[in-house]
Ligand binder design. Structure first.
Ligand code: SAM
Length: 331
């Protein structure tokens, strides 16, 4: 089998597929209060197109898919799409990133479909603070989902974007939350991907500052061995059931082992979160491309994968800085 390999010898095995650019929340670090300019529905990839793209990629060595968005569960028939994907025997893992507000009723079905991991975005454990961050009053629904996921067979990871002065006082609360729970909480460095390109930060809460803050609180922090291509550096507090990780999304210190590609909801292929998109797969398919054409295309465009996120950003031609919302990029 021919495999997707970039010019640095990295094998690409993980696809992040955004199934929509729409979201039911308005998280401050992701978009303005009035939302973002969503695209016309017919510009979105159809589920059939997504299935086909995923199948072709899986025949080139992609064995994991993460479904994201926007909020994947706002797209009608998303669960049916998961069912379609679950028939792809070349996929070892189907994972989902979600804000959880709409999914508590789907948990049993997700288990039946063999979904591997759910990353639940929850930026505060405090109802009022959560509402301030997300600009929506849905903490109870999200918490209900968290509990249902905790009691399910799926792996659960909590994602919290660390926002200076907004939830930085909750870092220890998050770790304490996992003391008796087999859950991993991951702290994500905030990126300026909020529709304005500016980071509204008082202090720079990067990887080092997050780790130093946690270190100052606990006597023993044990580094954990992670998969080579893991997006986070992971740790455990001695005696705690859960673990925590830090994702250096903005300082980009772990690009070397990246094995990921992204496809946005409009079919834009991205080799890196920070690039401006390499090729529109949707248009190529709608112009009549065959599966062989798609294979050839994928094999050639991954060769353009930049060495790291800084190079990807420097290579941008239109907007030098990333100004899009993560909801458009596909988080
Ligand atoms: N709606 C889903 C959710 O909330 O998980 C999936 C899409 S969301 C864009 C995916 C992830 O991107 C979430 O964990 C979110 O917190 C993260 N994210 C969004 N904007 C970000 C930013 N500016 N910096 C860092 N992470 C961000």
């Amino acid at each position: 089998m021919e495999r997707l390999t970039d010019k640095f010898g990295r094998q690409i095995s993980y696809l992040r597929l955004a199934v929509t650019d729409r979201c039911n929340l308005r998280c401050q670090y992701c978009m303005p209060a009035h939302g973002i300019d969503i695209v016309d529905r017919k510009e979105l990839l159809t589920f059939k197109e997504m299935y086909r793209i995923t199948r072709v990629l899986s025949e080139l060595g992609v064995n994991k898919v993460r479904l994201t968005g926007g909020e994947p569960f706002v797209r009608k028939d998303f669960v049916k799409f998961l069912e379609m994907l679950s028939f792809n025997d070349k996929l070892d893992e189907i994972n989902i990133t979600t804000n959880g507000a709409l999914i508590s009723k789907h948990i049993t079905k997700l288990e039946e479909l063999g979904i591997n991991t759910v990353n639940l975005s929850i930026d505060s454990l405090n109802k009022e603070n959560f509402a301030k961050i997300t600009r929506r009053d849905v903490f109870d629904e999200v918490y209900e989902t968290l509990e249902a996921l905790e009691n399910s067979s799926m792996k659960l990871k909590l994602n919290a974007v660390v926002q200076s002065g907004v939830n930085t006082h909750e870092l220890i609360d998050f770790i304490e939350f996992t003391k008796h729970k087999n859950i991993s909480v991951r702290f994500i460095e905030e990126m300026p991907f909020n529709g304005t390109g500016q980071r509204d930060t008082k202090e720079n809460w990067n990887y080092t500052k997050i780790l130093e803050t946690i270190n100052a609180h606990y006597k023993t922090i044990i580094p954990l061995q992670s998969d080579k291509s893991s997006t986070s550096r992971n740790f455990k507090i001695e005696g705690y059931q859960g673990s925590f990780g830090i994702i250096p999304a903005f300082t980009r210190t772990i690009c070397n082992d990246c094995n990921r590609i992204r496809i946005t909801a409009t079919g834009l292929f991205k080799n890196c979160l920070f690039d401006e998109g390499v090729f529109n797969i949707r248009d190529f398919i709608r112009e009549g491309a065959s599966n062989d054409d798609l294979k050839k295309l994928f094999l050639s465009i991954v060769k353009e994968k930049p060495e790291n996120g800084f190079i990807a950003e420097a290579n941008r031609k239109k907007n030098k800085n990333v100004t899009e919302s993560m909801s458009t990029i596909g988080g």
